[in-house]
Write a protein that binds this ligand. Structure first.
Ligand SMILES: Nc1ncnc2c1ncn2[C@@H]1O[C@H](COP(=O)(O)OP(=O)(O)OP(=O)(O)O)[C@@H](O)[C@H]1O
Ligand SMILES: [Mg+2]
Length: 527
């Protein structure tokens, strides 16, 4: 039987617009809300990264308490309290209950958050799994209040209820309390405590307290009392831009002309460069209003940018973990037999985005991942000082390391060796491969820097390992020879008529001198 034909009018009756909240309600896995353990870790990750960003911006040594209670089968109440600057009342809805808004998206600066999705994503996740609102207390230096927050999903607008003033001075910071279903607390590599432990490691200026569902308190005390060096906000470099970025900036600028917009908004653009541009794109009127820039023109400008010789972007805008802190972190967490740290110089990807790679390698002790057979090699990934616990398989960091020829470094099989490699990437813009921000995109320049840093650190490890091997072989030989010295001295004494004790002493000191050098070299590497 012939199928009944359906016309466009009929089909398009169903045509509807969706809000970004509706989109994420259907696709919450994109925000990291997939799997029970991962979902809970994601919630804590979003709140704690916000605390760190807010405290660092306000110049406050961060202190955060995370309390998790089981409220039913696969259901938890999460309370995160910080001592940060708080959020002004007039913006609380937008900040925590409006997907895609925040203070960080439009800034070109090394920060943990960059999308304006994290906290509102949690509000949405709570609402769609429990139907409940998120309770917030906030204290700034001007006001203190509490309220319940939800999202009107149809139009991605905040819903604020039970707003009440708190007496000023009663509370300073931000406290968020939210209930989630489809979540589970677990002490595993992907759980909340591991996440917080790794956060504390690379952020030694934070004090973290975790109260788990059993009521146990786990503290990661502050180990450094100075704030890390503040990253600097910089202007985007023309080579790091795409047409859509240029249009975005052009539509919000207050500059009157396209030429002054380019000079005022981007790094390294001078009147001379504008003159060069004029020659490269003669059909674009650079004196027109930036708002009138079309997509075609933006594309042409981007192509022209690539033909101009630019001074590179400012590279001192980044805040590293630091060689000493990486070293101390490795010692604390892994207490390895051997460790080495390599810090590379800042570099640029996509032609204009600064980034820097730091690497630490640890061998022996608690390094590697414990397995039934002993240990296997593992990679500890960090981006802008945030631990990445998920999506390792697709991450540029893991991929860069995967292709290494381990045997060159005296490592027979990475999968069967007690090795941990800590890789940290810091940038004004981390190219995450998903909104869940758990894996770094496979950008060739970043991967190359990671490869070089890891190879440097492995060369140092190799010296140690070949020393160990040499020592082990030498020790075996030394012991074997020494075992025969008495007999040999006695035989030689008999043959030559010499005193066997004297011969034995000479033989012993001859052998000891020969092996002393090898043992000394080894202890030098270790020290
Ligand atoms: N603990 C906090 N203290 C002060 N301000 C906060 C805190 N948490 C969130 N904010 C504010 O709320 C905004 C929204 O947070 P949200 O996590 O949704 O986005 P983000 O951190 O900007 O980006 P991302 O989606 O990458 O996390 C932040 O930009 C910040 O201005
Ligand atoms: Mg955030």
């Amino acid at each position: 039987m012939a199928e009944k034909k359906v016309g466009a009018e009929e089909i398009f009756k169903e045509f509807k617009e969706h809000s970004i909240s509706e989109f994420f309600r259907k696709n919450r896995q994109m925000l990291g809300f997939a799997g029970k353990v991962r979902s809970l870790t994601t919630v804590v990750h979003e709140y704690v990264t916000n605390t760190l960003d807010a405290c660092e911006e306000a110049g406050i040594l961060p202190q955060v308490t995370v309390e998790i209670k089981n409220t039913g089968e696969e259901r938890c109440l999460v309370k995160v309290t910080d001592n940060g600057p708080g959020i002004p009342k007039r913006l609380i809805g937008k900040a925590l209950a409006n997907v895609l808004s925040g203070t960080k998206f439009h800034r070109y600066m090394q920060q943990r958050g960059q999308q304006g999705i994290g906290a509102a994503g949690c509000t949405l996740f709570s609402q769609i799994t429990t139907g409940k609102k998120v309770h917030v207390r906030s204290g700034t230096d001007k006001e203190a209040y509490e309220c319940d927050l939800g999202i009107s999903i149809k139009d991605n607008k905040p819903v604020i209820e039970n707003l009440a003033e708190l007496s000023k001075g009663n509370f300073k910071g931000l406290e968020i309390q939210a209930e989630f279903a489809g979540v589970k607390y677990e002490n595993s590599d992907h759980g909340v405590s591991e996440y917080l432990k790794r956060t504390a490691l690379v952020n030694p200026h934070i004090a973290i307290k975790l109260i788990d569902p059993e009521g146990n308190t786990l503290e990661f005390p502050r180990s450094v009392n100075e704030m890390p060096q503040r990253p600097r906000q910089i202007q985007p470099h023309p080579l790091g831009l795409e047409a859509s970025d240029l249009l975005d900036f052009a539509h919000v600028t207050e500059s009157r002309k396209l030429s002054s917009f380019l000079i005022e908004s981007f790094a390294r653009v001078t009147q001379n460069k504008i003159n060069e541009l004029k020659e490269l794109v003669p059909d674009i009127d650079l004196s027109k209003e930036p708002r009138q820039l079309s997509w075609d023109e933006a594309e042409k400008l981007i192509v022209a940018f690539k033909k101009i010789k630019w001074i590179g972007p400012e590279l001192d805008s980044l805040s590293l973990i630091g060689e000493q802190r990486v070293g101390a972190a490795i010692k604390n967490i892994l207490n390895p037999e051997f460790q080495a740290v390599v810090e590379r110089k800042p570099k640029v990807f996509r032609g204009g985005i600064p980034f820097v790679v730091e690497v630490g390698v640890a061998y022996g002790g608690n390094a590697g991942k414990a397995t039934a057979e002993g240990a296997s090699g593992n990679i500890l990934r960090f981006a802008n000082k945030v631990p990445l616990l998920f999506d390792g398989g697709t991450c540029g960091i893991s991929e860069a390391i995967r292709g290494l020829q381990w045997k060159r470094y005296n490592i027979d099989d990475f999968e069967k060796s007690p090795i941990s490699i800590l890789v940290s990437v810091c940038s004004v813009y981390i190219p995450y491969s998903g909104v869940g921000k758990q894996s770094v995109a496979q950008e060739e320049e970043i991967m190359e820097e990671i490869r070089l840093a890891v190879m440097d650190s492995l060369r140092i490890l190799q010296r140690y390992l070949s020393g160990v091997r040499q020592r082990t072989t030498a020790e075996t030989k030394y012991k074997t020879i020494m075992r025969y010295v008495s007999q040999l001295a006695a035989d030689l004494g008999e043959l030559t008529g010499g005193k066997s004790e004297t011969i034995e002493q000479s033989l012993r000191s001859l052998i000891e001198n020969k092996y002393k050098k090898i043992f000394e070299d080894e202890s030098e590497i270790k020290g």
